[in-house]
Design a protein around this ligand. Sequence first.
Ligand code: SAM
Length: 404
Amino acid sequence: MTGINIRQLSPVGKSAAGMLPQPQHAKNQQHRHNSQLVSHTLTTDAPSEPCSTTPKAAPASQWNDPTLDLITPGLVDSYNRTACDLRLSVTDRCNLRCEYCLPEEHTNWIHRDNVLTLPDYARLIRIALRLGVTDVRITGGEPLLRRDLEAIISTVHDAFIERTMTPRIAMTTNAIGLDKRLDGLINAGLERINISLDSLDPARYAALAKRDRLASVMRTLAAIRDSQLWPVKLNTVIIDETSLKEIPQLITFALVNGFQWRAIEYMPIGPLARTAQWRPTSADIMSTIHQHFDIEPVATRASAPAQRWKVRESSDHPGGIIGVISSMTTPFCSSCDRTRVSADGKVYSCLFSLAFTDLKSALRSGASDLEIAELWKGAMFNKPAGHKILAPLPLSATMSHIGG
Ligand code: SAM
């Protein structure tokens, strides 16, 4: 492999086996949470708490306790799963054309009049929190394409604070140009980040993403290690033999630089859906990992998508955490706690579902918060038992539209 040297980002220092290095927090940033009702200290890899422990009520009289207007039951489905993890898409546009995600010839874009606006998000998030949502992940398309992304995150953050809940706001991004917006996003309330990184080889990256943008991602990775966004996860879709071969370099790169790395098993959504049967599975991924690293399993909460392993320190790298998301071969549907809203305000109960419920029309036609909440509950009640029965989707369905 040529191109980006894994030592190009200087290591954050050797750590004891299995322990991720601590990030240096930004020197000049006064994180807005410090002055808010709650302060949220991130630990290296603590799984988030399950739905049932939140929202956290502040000591308050029964007259101003915001948890009193919780809408119960919340987003419960017919199999008794409760959704508390909101995937909130802010755009279906992307500046990459990853061959497995968004084809060059895609034309079925959401019309700009139908894309949710800041006031739409402000209202939706307040309804979501009343319905028991405790975690929000901003996604897309590429969220950084929204110029008002900082304002959206700030609105989501304020909604958590209004309810005296601990804000848990994360984002999934390709990180292109993120280095220039880090301070603004963190100041708005962004706390955690997953970065998609399919290759460390500029030529391979450009071939997969159809855009030569790896250098920009690397600038973000260099900048992010001194930020408060920690731990940072690097996500790699394992698409073929070349991806499998690059796993050792990707893991070593992540460990040396203090990131957590996760492999994503290919899912039959998007332009390559019909080729799923010959794509690598998590068994192939694990076999490659075992050949190169000394690992032991780490306890993971049931609804977490990734099975996690602790990699032991070696002479080549410090210890750290890695994960494998086996959505197809070991689906976590029975404990799925997600609800998804696309950039045009449609609720999807499952990434693989073509069925949706349109909240935007209700939002913009005078429906009350309770009416919208009822629509959302109805959409989630019909969540399918598992996604395998739904896949593969028609080739026109893209992750970028629903919000991956
Ligand atoms: N643009 C952002 C990014 O690149 O992370 C967020 C949206 S993207 C759709 C979210 C994630 O979905 C990315 O990690 C991407 O690699 C993954 N993804 C897209 N299509 C996929 C597929 N068919 N199978 C597995 N993962 C896929």
